[in-house]
Design a binder for this molecule. Structure first.
Ligand code: SAM
Length: 194
């Protein structure tokens, strides 16, 4: 059902998650690839191949996805992440960082996206052993994400790295501003929301 939705393109936002994963699958096969995403291919399946072969992604679009992926991989691994921290991936889509990267002890990764996208990814990668605490958070980025994050265990006293990769462009500017406010509130020690 979820795959059917993604296949038919009924939900154009989900389709963008497929595009990004298809680009990562493509990059993974390049001899001088910028990263290795061993799970991207099975996430995109036949639909991703079709997206690629029918040219829905141009070479330059794929390059942008690849460079962006490498940029955030580097940022997380070399700069941002220390032990016992949280990572929040806003609009995580079919991002497989929780599955493919090595994480310091105690890292918790919250993946915020539409429930259908997260469920689809989880089903496709259900056999993969995770070495990190990955917590899917089904939420609408245009609504209040604070409640669902707190319910999933988000701790405002723990250092948090926030990544909003390729998702803000789908939101109206007023919602982007509100999202930034919510992120700021979630960082606050004065947080009272439960
Ligand atoms: C282009 S994809 C990027 C996914 C991932 N960050 C990546 O780089 O592969 C955009 C993602 O944002 C999510 N998204 C867009 N608008 C959303 C909303 N209002 N609520 C939740 N997720 C949303 C989509 O479901 C999709 O997975």
């Amino acid at each position: 059902m979820i795959m059917a939705q993604m296949r038919t393109g009924v939900n154009s936002v989900n389709r963008t998650a497929l595009w990004a994963a298809a680009a990562r699958a493509h990059e993974t096969y390049r001899a001088d690839r910028l990263f290795l995403d061993p799970y991207a291919e099975r996430l995109v399946g036949a639909e991703g191949e079709r997206l690629l072969t029918e040219g829905l992604q141009t070479g330059s679009e794929m390059t942008v996805f690849a460079i962006r992926t490498r940029f955030f991989d580097n940022f997380l691994q070399e700069t941002a992440i220390r032990q016992e921290q949280q990572v929040v991936l806003l609009g995580a889509g079919l991002d497989t960082r929780a599955y493919r990267m090595a994480w310091p002890t105690g890292t918790v990764i919250y993946e915020v996206d539409q429930g259908a996208v997260l469920a689809y990814k989880q089903a496709r990668l259900s056999d993969v052993m995770l070495s990190v605490d990955r917590r899917p958070v089904a939420a609408d980025l245009m609504e209040d994400i604070g409640g669902p994050l707190l319910q999933a265990g988000f701790d405002h006293q723990t250092g948090t790295v926030w990544i909003a990769e390729g998702c803000l462009a789908y939101l109206p500017a007023s919602h982007v501003r509100r999202l930034i406010e919510v992120v700021t509130e979630l960082r606050s020690t004065k947080l009272v929301r439960r």
